[in-house]
Design a protein. Structure first.
Lengths: 592, 221
């Protein structure tokens, strides 16, 4: 059993602003929580959420996650809602005893809660009453246990927290395979009968598909005149166009899509469980492997969340370096995304070669600064790991002023007015603005639907408030606009880079001393950044020990997929590939 | 031509070395056969995680895997010679990987790219991670790194060439009598189940249950 959770403090004495309005409206059902936000009683939770969305104007549910307070004996679900006009979050929480583990579902208020609630059910074992499709999402149906519960132990369990004392006893390393009971990374419950080893995970998945259903009630209907059959087609997890190990189960009527269900978890690498065992700094290289194309900006998001808890700011030069790296990452990602969108359209690999060529030049800069091409592991709490030389700055300027504008111009010239691209992209996969907000989509997907929401402007972090740039926005919400917005954003990134590279001062790159094992004061923090793929958030709960008590990642790719079904309905199978390409997912982040 | 010469059969006078070649059928056929196929190893278009990005970079213009005859990535396992396991193998994915491996025609090779595919890597302790793809399918070349640079992957490919060069048509498994056996596909139960280990699992579970019946306070494994 774990030590007592020190993450608890006295609740906030008085509520201010919108929280006070909420308290006034719901009275005793709303109680102040520790550190931030309010706890809302389960009976009025959905009603209060509607009030928060409609009356208080927090239309955008950014993050929904659960924390297991083992010592206190309850689960807490934490919601972060934002106003589209910008500003800070409204944090509200719901609690349920561990043995009950049921909380009203938020899907009727914010459809974007769908996948996040399924994730909380899968990993934490909290039932969401009223959820339309509460199935496991990252693991498979039939998996034994809910791994993120604090009393659940993985097969290779050693100790609660790193550094493990067992790693090098008397200078010898014992392999995990030799130590574990089953000599492998598996464990089986006692009451399981190994003679019944039928693989039913897929059958359970297909239940309810392939039949006619009324659109409004979902009841099965027998067609009257023409007898047709629906076909369930499986795409992935090994498919050349799913950008990794992503799977879609598509119900077809002829060639038209009736329903699309994303199936994920084929790259579920347990970031959160490992993250809770790790020390704070040990998680930094793991964030690289979330969205492995944008490791620099993942680093930034995690560093910001922990710095919020620590209450420190990095020195000026480090802030500039962070912005430079994050904006280069955006260009890298958008080049890659456009290259592979063309791949999905059938222009096999050649456009991607043009994109990768420029990407390699930026990776060279990353490699020189951090020591690694892809997994940069560059940011530190209160600074960055290494300084860059004047020569580096000069070469970065050469790229930003000369080379990259030409490359983007070239892409723009060849693609934007291309007849084929227009024919395949315009009017395909349309996501109207109200749905884009309701589904909690973020980043280019949200902005291509006409919502000018960018965390760099809405709630500026680091030193983004100093730079002159525009939030790119497009209004049609189709694949073509999602492509155009990536071109727009690259131009804006170049603008920021020019300013940052010209203004970067000399000086320190680390606030205070470099520390291996930092002590973080107890608290809760949600740090978010505008990643190239959307809003990346880290929810970190500290209990004052050297390890995070809870480490949750709000992954933009994962939540953007909630809207995939909506975008694909009524289109043809060939369009699914393009629509998926235009959302631009990375499976490391989807499955974590 | 020196690698073709078989010095064990018939000695050739030194002055005739440039004109006469004495070799065995096996050595001669194997040489031609391996020479032909080693320079056009077609990988399967199959990416798992971060390493797949470096694999794509290896295929792109800067590193250009086409120099080594392997640029033709086949989306279908039926047309592929080489499976590059590029990334973390999870329990949920491993049945599909084994199935793809079984679908590849002989001769087939496997490169395990990166730390995760080789032994679980940084994610080894994770509950959904398989500690190395070699727990299920045979691996020919391991490429270390997290992720390996494209050059490292190319080096792994060259190592595979060397391995192919050394194979003899007489001993390679796909020219032996009988059918080659498929790897049993793992099953997703309460945890990942390797069908080859089922008897052992059954026995150990029974022992555990007997122990739990004696002392009811003891929990599951």
């Amino acid at each position: 059993m774990s030590a007592p959770t020190k993450a608890k403090a006295a609740p906030l004495a008085e509520l201010k602003g919108d929280l006070a309005i909420l308290k006034e409206r719901f009275g005793e059902a709303v109680q102040p929580a520790e550190y931030e936000g309010v706890v809302i009683a389960n009976e009025v939770l959905v009603e209060a959420a509607r009030f928060i969305r409609d009356e208080l104007g927090y239309r955008y549910l950014s993050s929904l996650t659960a924390v297991d307070y083992l010592q206190e004996g309850y689960f807490e679900v934490v919601y972060h809602a934002y106003r589209l006009e910008g500003g800070g979050p409204l944090v509200f929480k719901a609690r349920t005893p561990r043995d009950v583990a049921t909380i009203p579902s938020m899907v009727s208020v914010w459809p974007g809660a769908d996948f996040q609630e399924r994730e909380a059910w899968d990993l934490m074992g909290i039932r969401f009453a009223g959820h339309p499709n509460l199935k496991r999402i990252l693991l498979w149906e039939g998996f034994h246990g809910h791994p993120l519960r604090k009393d659940w132990r993985e097969p290779y369990f050693e100790e609660e927290h790193k550094p493990f004392s067992s790693r090098w006893p008397s200078g010898h390393h014992i392999r995990a395979e030799d130590r574990a009971f089953w000599h492998d990374n598996v464990q089986y419950p006692l009451d399981w009968d190994p003679d019944q080893v039928e693989d039913t995970a897929d059958e359970l998945l297909y239940i309810g598909m392939g039949q006619f259903a009324r659109a409004d009630t979902g009841e099965p209907v027998e067609p009257k005149s023409l007898r047709t059959e629906r076909l369930v087609v499986n795409m992935g997890p090994q498919h050349p166009s799913t950008h990794g190990v992503f799977r879609m189960v598509i119900t077809l009527d002829g060639e038209t899509i009736v329903r699309l269900e994303p199936v994920m978890g084929y790259l579920h690498r347990n970031h959160e469980k490992i993250g809770e065992r790790n020390m704070y700094l040990q998680n930094m290289p793991y964030t690289d492997r979330l969205d492995y194309i944008c490791s620099m900006s993942n680093n930034l998001g995690y560093a910001l969340a922990v710095e919020k808890l620590l209450g420190i700011r990095p020195p000026e030069r480090a802030e500039y370096l962070r912005v430079i790296m994050a904006e280069f990452t955006r260009i890298v990602n958008h080049l890659w995304a456009i290259g592979f969108l063309l791949n999905d359209l059938g222009a096999f690999f050649t456009p991607a070669l043009y994109a990768i060529e420029e990407r390699e030049l930026i990776l060279d800069l990353f490699e020189e600064a951090s020591g690694s091409r892809m997994m940069c592991n560059y940011m530190r709490f209160g600074g960055v790991a290494h300084d860059v030389s004047d020569d580096w700055i000069a070469r970065a300027k050469e790229l930003v002023y000369n080379r990259l504008p030409r490359a983007i111009e070239e892409l723009d010239r060849y693609l934007t007015h291309n007849e084929l691209i227009k024919a395949r992209c315009q009017g395909v996969g349309v996501l109207p603005p109200d749905l884009a907000v309701a589904y909690s989509t973020a980043g280019p997907v949200l902005r291509a639907s006409g919502i000018p929401y960018d965390v760099r402007r809405a709630e500026p972090y680091s030193i983004y408030d100093r730079f002159d740039f525009d939030v790119a926005v497009r209004y049609n919400g189709d694949v073509y606009d999602r492509y155009l917005i990536r071109i727009d954003e690259m131009w804006q990134s170049l603008r920021i880079l020019r300013q940052a590279l010209d203004q970067i001062p000399k000086g320190e790159i680390q606030a205070g001393k470099k520390q291996y094992m930092i002590r973080v004061p107890p608290g809760q923090a949600y740090g978010r950044v505008e990643n190239p793929k959307g809003e990346l958030g880290f929810y970190v709960v500290s209990d004052g020990s050297p390890n995070p008590y809870r480490y949750h990642i709000r992954a933009p790719s994962f939540i953007n997929l909630t809207a995939l079904n909506e975008m694909c309905k009524g289109h043809k199978v060939a369009d699914v590939v393009v629509i998926l390409g235009s959302i631009d997912i990375v499976l490391g982040e989807v499955d974590r | 031509m020196d690698e073709l010469r078989d010095l064990n059969t018939m000695p050739v006078p030194l002055e005739l070395r440039d004109n006469v070649l004495v070799t065995t059928i096996d050595r001669f056929v194997s040489y031609i056969y391996n020479w032909g196929r080693k320079r056009s190893v077609w990988p399967m278009m199959f990416g798992l995680a971060c390493c797949a990005i470096e694999m794509i970079c290896a295929a792109a213009s800067r590193f250009d895997i086409a120099r080594f005859g392997s640029e033709l990535m086949r989306p279908s396992p039926r047309q592929a010679d080489l499976m590059i396991v590029s990334g973390t193998v999870t329990k949920k994915m491993v049945p599909q990987i084994v199935r793809l491996y079984n679908q590849m025609p002989e001769p087939k090779y496997v490169i395990s790219m990166g730390a995760c595919a080789t032994g679980g890597g940084p994610f080894k302790e994770g509950y959904n991670v398989v500690s190395g793809i070699d727990k299920f399918i045979p691996v020919d070349v391991y490429v270390p790194g997290c992720p390996p640079r494209p050059e490292a992957l190319l080096h792994g490919l060259l190592k595979l060439y060397e391995k192919i060069e050394r194979q003899s048509v007489r001993t390679v498994p796909w020219y032996q009598r009988g059918e080659s056996e498929a790897v049993p596909v793992p099953i997703l139960g309460p945890d990942l189940i390797d069908p080859r280990r089922l008897p052992e699992i059954r026995a150990r579970l029974a022992a555990l249950r007997a122990k739990a019946a004696e002392a009811p306070s003891e929990g599951a494994s």
